[in-house]
Design a protein. Structure first.
Length: 246
C-alpha cells in the first residue's frame, strides 16, 4: 500500500487549494456547483442537487500519455537509478500554474449571491430578540409596585414640605401681628400716661391774659387774683404756655 497525502487550504470564500502527492489543484464554487483544476490541466465540473444525493461530474483535459521516447528510455534505464528532479522548481511551477488558472476562473465565473441558510437566519433572529430583550427589560409586578410606592412616598413628602412651609409663613405672620399689637398697645398706654400727667399737672392762670404759668407771680401777675387750673383744661380753654416760667 503506497503512501498518500492530501490537504485542502481555504484561501477565500468558495476557493480552496488542494495539495496531494502527485499534483496541486484549485476548487472554486459552492456546495451545489464547483470547478476543480489541477496542475496537470485536468478540469472537473461537479453539480450536486442538495438533499437528493444526486450529482453530476464532468472531466476534461489532463492527458497522461507518455511518448515512445520516454517509454524506451525507461525500459533501457530500468535497472539504473533515476536522477532526482528539482522538487522546488516543480512545486513553484505548479503553484504558478494553479494561481494562473484560479485568476482566469475568477474573471470568467460570475460570483453568485450567497444565500443565507435557515440555521444562520434563525440564529440572527435569536440574537435580535435577545438584543431587544436587553434593551427593553421586562418590568415585573413587584418592580411596578415598588415604583408606585416610591412615587406615593415622594408625593407625601412634597405635601408635607408644602404644609411645613405654609405653617412657617403663618407663624411669621402671627408673630408680626403680635409685635404690631404690642407696639400699638404700648403707644396707647404712653398716650394715656401722658394725658394723665397733663391732667394731673396744675398751672396758674392770671385774671387777665391768655397764658398759663407755673408760678402765681410771674411777671406782672397779681397773685391775689391768680387761680389754678389743670394743664389739660388750660389747653382745652385755649391758654398757651408762658415762655418766661416754663
Amino acid at each position: 500500500m503506497g503512501l498518500r497525502f492530501r490537504k485542502s487550504i481555504k484561501i477565500a470564500p468558495g476557493v480552496k487549494v488542494n495539495l496531494n502527492k502527485n499534483s496541486t489543484s484549485v476548487s472554486v464554487g459552492t456546495k451545489g456547483k464547483h470547478y476543480t483544476v489541477n496542475s496537470k490541466g485536468k478540469t472537473t465540473t461537479t453539480v450536486v442537487i442538495p438533499g437528493t444525493g444526486l450529482s453530476y461530474s464532468s472531466t476534461s483535459g489532463g492527458g497522461n500519455k507518455k511518448s515512445s521516447r520516454e517509454s524506451k528510455s525507461s525500459a533501457v534505464s530500468k535497472n539504473t537509478k533515476p536522477k532526482k528532479k528539482n522538487g522546488c522548481a516543480g512545486c513553484l511551477t505548479s503553484f504558478l500554474a494553479v494561481f494562473g488558472i484560479l485568476f482566469i476562473l475568477l474573471m470568467i465565473i460570475p460570483s453568485g449571491d450567497k444565500k443565507e441558510s435557515p440555521k444562520e437566519s434563525s440564529q440572527q433572529q435569536v440574537e435580535q430578540t435577545s438584543e431587544k430583550d436587553v434593551s427593553q427589560p421586562e418590568i415585573t409586578d413587584e418592580q411596578a409596585e415598588q415604583e408606585g410606592l416610591a412615587a406615593e412616598q415622594a408625593e407625601m413628602e412634597r405635601i408635607a414640605q408644602e404644609q411645613a412651609e405654609a405653617e412657617c409663613i403663618a407663624a411669621e405672620q402671627a408673630e408680626a401681628e403680635r409685635i404690631a399689637a404690642e407696639q400699638a398697645e404700648a403707644q396707647r398706654i404712653a398716650q394715656e400716661q401722658a394725658a394723665q400727667q397733663a391732667q394731673q399737672q396744675m398751672v396758674w392762670i392770671s385774671a387777665t391774659g391768655s397764658k398759663y404759668h407755673s408760678v402765681p407771680d410771674c411777671g406782672r401777675m397779681d397773685p391775689a387774683n391768680a387761680y389754678q387750673m389743670s394743664l389739660s383744661d388750660a389747653q382745652a380753654n385755649g391758654y398757651g404756655r408762658c415762655s418766661k416760667c416754663h
